[in-house]
Design a protein around this ligand. Structure first.
Ligand SMILES: N[C@@H](Cc1c[nH]c[nH+]1)C(=O)O
Length: 371
């Protein structure tokens, strides 16, 4: 019987063995890929000073932190926050403890994050993030490496049909500067209408010049050609050339699409952002892009996978054989079985039903015997 106190708060859930096994298998596979490509793992804490957490991301300021759980630390009397994203923490590490480490600096991470309010599309308030940050570079070469790494990690986790959706997070800011000028007061309205892809609203907001951007979305080649046709006095050229080079680097490793005005979830990314999708997932498997670490203003490129989410579409790892170990069993034989990939469950009390405990074998005279 579930008592009221046994219920979990909205947006939080337990992961039972089958699901936890899928998440763990995906985590190991992804971490192995990042490690193999030279990314060193760091483990920042679950909570830290709120100001430190938000202060490290250009574009994110204190006050915009309503997504984070916050409370006063009885020890320091300062406001602490539970991390809602690990990228700012890695930025902090890079610009403090590892400030003197040679660049480019390649760091990997994996840990839980929470937000107060989930989005309408995703009711979960807790996410297991796993990612990589390449610090000291936001070049085309860095972006190519990071996107390919994300794709390889997703494949290693057993996902198929991977697609990468590129966006240009600071596109409106760039165009508003000169090519399609907007007053400071108009920018937000134009961004909003581009977000909702509302042509009428965009015109009304004073953004008629931005209309072609709405139609430059979809499969990469076509969308890129449509963007190239937007005459912005050369303001877009270097970005589009860069996108083309990154796409060429990915080749046929993933399907590539472009949605130049998508900015949801790209609060701190600069010239490049990307969202990762895979077959069987309704929501994004991950996200990444280029950014600057505020404070140090160092350029960086990285990505984050949402492991708990993507594990929904990851294959169930093959269940190892489980052997029951009766009282007085041969311990070295049991250890040898485990070393060979078996799992064992040892007897704790008289009268146990080994089969009901999930064992298909029992150890007799040092040998597993089928039950
Ligand atoms: N941490 C960001 C993605 C990212 C990683 N590095 C750069 N951007 C997110 O989860 O949205």
């Amino acid at each position: 019987m579930t008592k009221p106190n046994d219920l979990l708060p909205e947006g939080l859930q337990d992961r039972l063995p089958a699901e936890a096994a899928r998440i763990t298998a995906a985590m190991r596979a992804c971490l192995d890929v990042l490690g193999a490509h030279g990314y060193d793992r760091v483990r920042p804490p679950l909570l830290e000073f709120e100001a430190a957490l938000v202060g490290r991301m250009a574009g994110v300021t204190v006050g915009e932190t309503s997504a984070m759980f916050r409370f006063v630390d009885p020890a320091s009397l300062r406001t602490l926050a539970l991390r809602s994203d690990m990228t700012p923490q890695v930025g902090r590490i890079a610009s403090t403890s590892l400030a003197a480490a040679p660049r480019p600096l390649r760091l990997a991470y994996c840990g839980d994050t929470v937000v107060i309010k989930a989005s309408q599309l995703d009711p979960a308030r807790e996410h297991l993030q796993l990612g990589a940050e390449l610090i000291g570079a936001d070049s085309v070469a860095a972006a190519g490496e990071v996107v390919m790494l994300a794709v390889e990690a997703l494949k290693a986790a057993g996902l198929t049909g991977i697609s990468v959706d590129f966006t240009l997070p600071d596109l409106v800011d760039t165009l508003a500067e000169k090519a399609f000028p907007l007053d400071a007061g108009q920018i937000e309205g134009v961004r909003r209408e581009l977000d909702t892809k509302d042509a009428g609203g965009l015109k009304a907001a004073g953004g008629a010049a931005y209309l072609p951007l709405l139609y430059a979305t979809g499969p990469f080649e076509g969308a890129l050609a449509a963007l190239r046709a937007v005459d912005a006095g050369g303001a877009l050229e270097t970005r589009l050339d860069a996108l083309e080079q990154i796409a060429a680097h990915i080749g046929d490793a993933a399907r590539i699409t472009l949605d130049p005005t998508e900015r949801h979830g790209f609060e701190y990314q600069s010239w490049l952002g990307f969202t990762l999708y895979a077959d069987g997932l309704r929501r994004a498997a991950g996200r990444g892009g280029t950014y600057r670490i505020a404070g140090s203003d160092e350029a960086a490129t990285g990505f984050t996978l949402y492991l708990d989410r993507l594990a929904d579409a990851a294959p169930q790892p093959e269940a190892a054989r489980v052997c029951y170990l009766p009282f007085g069993h041969d311990r070295s034989a049991a250890a040898a079985l485990r070393a060979a990939g078996w799992r064992t469950r040892a007897q704790l009390a008289d009268g146990e039903d080994a089969r009901a405990l999930g064992c298909g074998w029992t150890l007799e005279q040092g040998e597993p015997v089928a039950l």
